[in-house]
Design a protein around this ligand. Structure first.
Ligand code: FCB
Length: 461
C-alpha cells in the first residue's frame, strides 16, 4: 500500500485535493420545495432503462442530511467540494418562474462549506435537464441553450459571491453520444441527427453560460468538465492509427475543437456536417470564449481499431480489447497510463488553460463487515492514478487539483445503486455512512500536506 504521506509530498503546496458528487446522484427529495421532474426522473420511470428501475427519489437523502454530509467532507480533511446544482430546483420548468426555495438549498450548501473552510466548486449542469424542456426537443433545440444561459445567470447572481469556481457542463460526451446516439442515458435517444443537433446547441449553451457567468460574477474562475477519451490504437498499423485520429475527432474534437479553437474538426465536419443544425454567425466565437480552467474526468482508456468495413457513420472504428487484465466491478479496464496519455495528447493538440482532474475513481462493491469496508483495490487505484498526476506535474503540466469520484456511494445512472464509487459507504436502507479504507487513506493524504500559506496582500502604494 502506498504511504499517503510520501505520495502527498510529491504534490505542490497549493495543489487542491477534493471530493466530487452530483445533484441527481445524491440529493433525493425529488419533489421537495418546488423541484419538478428532470429527464432522469422520467428515464428512471421507464422500464428497462435503469437497473432494477432504481430512481433518484431518495438517493443518499443528501438534501435532508446536508450538514451531516458537509461534516463528513470536513472529516476527510479535503480542501474542496465539487457538487452540482440541480436546474429543476432553480427553474423547475426550465424556463419561466424561478424557485427561490431551490436557491435557498444551495445557499445553505455554499455557506455550510464556507463555515467549514471548504472551497466550493460548482457545476451548473450534471445531466438533470428540466423535463418540461423536452417539449421543445431538449438539447436538440436551440432554445434550450438560451434557457441554460438564463439559469446560469440566475445561479451566479445568487451564489457567485461565494463560489471558488464554476463549471458550465459535466461531460458533454455523455450528454451527446451516450444520451442521444447510444441511448444508454436520458433521454435515451439513438439518432445521429438528434445527437448532432444536441451537440451544437450544447456547445452553444456552454459559451452562452460563460458569458452569463462573467457578467454576473467576473471574479469566479470558469471552466468546462470533459471526459476526454484517452484514445489508444490497438496496433501501430497505419489503419489503426488513422482510426484513432477519427476517434479523437468524434469523441474529443467535437467538443474540444469548437471550445478551444472555434471550429469543428475537419473530417468530422466533412462526414457529418451536412446533418448538423444551422451554425449561426457568431456561434463559434461564443463557444470559443477563453476559459480559466478545464476539468478532466478520467476512469479508463478507449482502445480502438479500424473497422475496414466502414459501417454506418463516422468514425468507423471498433472497440479493441483491454491490455490490462485488471478491471473494476463495473468492468472498466484499470490503466493509469491512459491518464498521462490523454493529458499529454490534449496539451499537444490544443492551447489549454490549467487543468483540474475533476473526477477519477473506481467502482468496487465491497460491503460493510464488522463496521468497516476493506476496499483495498480502490485505494490502489487512487494511489496509482495520483502517482501519474504527480509525474505529470513533475513534467510541468499545469494540473491544479484532483477530485475523487465520489464522496459517497450514490445513484450510478443506468446502473442504479448496484455500482459503488464512494470513499464512504452508504447503506441505502438506513442512510448510514461508513468511511471506507480508501476514504481513511485519502483523508491521510489530503491532511498530510502543508496547508497553503496565505500570501500577505500587497499594497498598491
Ligand atoms: C462519470 C459521471 C459521474 C459518475 C462517474 C462514475 O461519467 O460524471 O456522474 O457517474 O462517471
Amino acid at each position: 500500500m502506498i504511504d499517503p504521506q510520501s505520495l502527498a509530498a510529491r504534490f505542490p503546496r497549493n495543489f487542491t485535493f477534493g471530493v466530487a458528487t452530483a445533484a441527481f446522484q445524491i440529493e433525493g427529495a425529488a419533489r421537495a420545495d418546488g423541484r419538478k421532474a428532470s429527464i432522469w426522473d422520467a428515464f428512471c420511470n421507464m422500464p428497462g432503462r435503469v437497473h432494477n428501475r432504481d430512481n433518484g427519489d431518495v438517493a443518499c437523502d443528501h438534501y435532508n442530511r446536508l450538514d451531516e454530509d458537509l461534516d463528513l467532507i470536513k472529516e476527510l480533511g479535503v480542501e474542496a467540494y465539487r457538487f452540482s446544482i440541480a436546474w429543476p430546483r432553480i427553474v423547475p420548468d426550465g424556463t419561466g418562474p424561478i424557485n427561490e426555495a431551490g436557491l435557498d438549498f444551495y445557499d445553505r450548501l455554499v455557506d455550510g462549506c464556507k463555515a467549514r473552510g471548504i472551497k466550493t466548486f460548482a457545476t451548473l449542469y450534471h445531466w438533470d435537464l428540466p423535463l418540461a424542456l423536452m417539449g421543445d426537443g431538449g438539447w436538440t433545440s436551440r432554445s434550450t441553450a438560451i434557457a441554460f444561459q438564463r439559469y446560469a445567470r440566475t445561479v451566479m447572481a445568487r451564489l457567485g459571491d461565494r463560489l471558488d469556481s464554476v463549471a458550465t457542463l459535466n461531460e458533454p460526451w455523455c450528454i451527446i453520444w451516450l444520451s442521444h446516439l447510444y441511448g444508454i442515458h436520458a433521454p435515451g435517444e439513438k439518432n445521429m441527427e438528434a445527437a448532432l443537433h444536441a451537440l451544437h446547441h450544447l456547445n452553444l449553451a456552454h459559451g452562452l453560460a460563460v458569458e452569463a457567468i462573467r457578467s454576473e460574477a467576473p471574479h469566479v474562475p470558469v471552466g468546462l468538465v470533459l471526459n476526454a477519451a484517452s484514445v489508444i490504437p490497438e496496433t501501430q498499423s497505419s489503419a489503426d492509427k488513422a482510426a484513432a485520429e477519427r476517434a479523437h475527432e468524434f469523441h474529443n474534437g467535437a467538443f474540444f475543437d469548437p471550445v478551444f479553437k472555434g471550429e469543428y474538426p475537419e473530417h468530422f465536419l466533412a462526414a457529418l456536417g451536412p446533418r448538423m443544425p444551422v451554425i449561426e454567425d457568431g456561434d463559434l466565437a461564443i463557444i470559443n470564449a477563453k476559459l480559466d480552467w478545464w476539468g478532466l474526468n478520467y476512469y479508463t482508456p478507449m482502445r480502438v481499431a479500424d473497422d475496414a468495413e466502414k459501417p454506418g457513420d463516422f468514425p468507423w472504428t471498433k472497440a479493441a480489447p483491454p491490455v490490462s487484465e485488471v478491471k473494476t466491478d463495473i468492468g472498466w479496464e484499470v490503466f493509469p497510463g491512459g491518464l498521462s496519455h490523454v493529458i499529454e495528447d490534449l496539451y499537444r493538440r490544443y492551447e489549454l488553460p490549467p487543468c483540474y482532474i475533476t473526477e477519477n475513481g473506481a467502482c468496487y462493491n465491497m460491503e460493510v463487515v464488522d463496521g468497516a469496508v476493506d476496499d483495498t483495490p480502490r485505494l490502489a487505484y487512487y494511489a496509482d492514478h495520483l502517482s501519474v498526476v504527480a509525474d505529470l506535474i513533475g513534467k510541468n503540466y499545469p494540473i491544479k487539483g484532483y477530485f475523487a469520484w465520489s464522496l459517497m456511494d450514490n445513484f450510478e445512472w443506468a446502473e442504479g445503486y448496484r455500482m459503488r464509487f464512494g470513499l464512504v459507504h452508504v447503506d441505502y436502507a438506513t442512510q448510514k455512512r461508513t468511511v471506507k479504507k480508501s476514504g481513511l487513506w485519502y483523508a491521510e493524504l489530503a491532511s498530510a500536506r502543508d496547508q497553503p500559506t496565505v500570501r500577505p496582500a500587497v499594497s498598491a502604494s
